[in-house]
Write a protein that binds this ligand. Structure first.
Ligand code: ZN
Length: 184
């Protein structure tokens, strides 16, 4: 396993639609393990393949509150097939947009279908932080970021700050690290 570099906003790979996965093989399982390791290391609770530059429909997440009992999930070709009418606001962040957080309102519960790394079709109804996270990660597969839910002014401010961060990083300044819970 290895930790992969995370693609930072703004980047065209974070705006593109990822391709469906047609074969579940060892290379895909290795990528999923790398993504989980990268996510835990960041630290974060979710990561989508485009965030490590792989333009395929794979996400990983672990929203278990207790880090002593982790629940790593890897979802191949995940799809939201049902959304609750009830919506909840949640303060979101993103490993591709470090140090920026904003409230996003999404359905409180979703039913998601996917294929697991053994090729078995799965489905689950997600609530709470799991529901927030799975919707945020599936958005990544469709080239959508949480800042796309904000107004153009707020989004522009964040994007300009991120452009500056990327210039600073290119000059080798260390990136700031933030609270773990909201980083998806
Ligand atoms: Zn994200």
């Amino acid at each position: 396993m290895s930790i992969r570099p995370i693609v930072l906003h703004p980047d065209p790979r974070l705006k593109a639609v990822a391709k469906p996965i047609v074969a579940i093989d060892d290379a895909l399982r290795r990528l999923a393990q790398d993504m989980l390791e990268t996510m835990y290391d960041a630290p974060g609770i979710g990561l989508a393949a485009p965030q490590v530059g792989q333009m395929i429909r794979l996400i990983v997440m672990d929203c278990a509150k207790d880090r002593e009992t982790p629940r790593p999930l890897a979802l191949v070709n995940p799809e939201v097939v049902w959304r609750s009418e009830e919506e909840i606001p949640h303060e979101e962040g993103c490993l591709s947009i470090p140090e920026h957080f904003a409230e996003v309102t999404r359905p409180a519960e979703v039913k998601v279908t996917w294929t697991d790394l053994d090729g078995t079709p799965r489905q689950e109804r997600f609530t709470g932080l799991w529901a927030v996270c799975v919707q945020h990660e599936i958005d990544h597969l469709n080239g959508k970021l949480f800042i796309d839910y904000l107004g153009p002014i707020k989004r522009g401010v964040i994007t300009r700050k991120m452009e500056k961060l990327k210039r600073d990083l290119a000059r080798d300044k260390p990136a700031p690290k933030g609270p773990e819970a909201a980083r998806l």
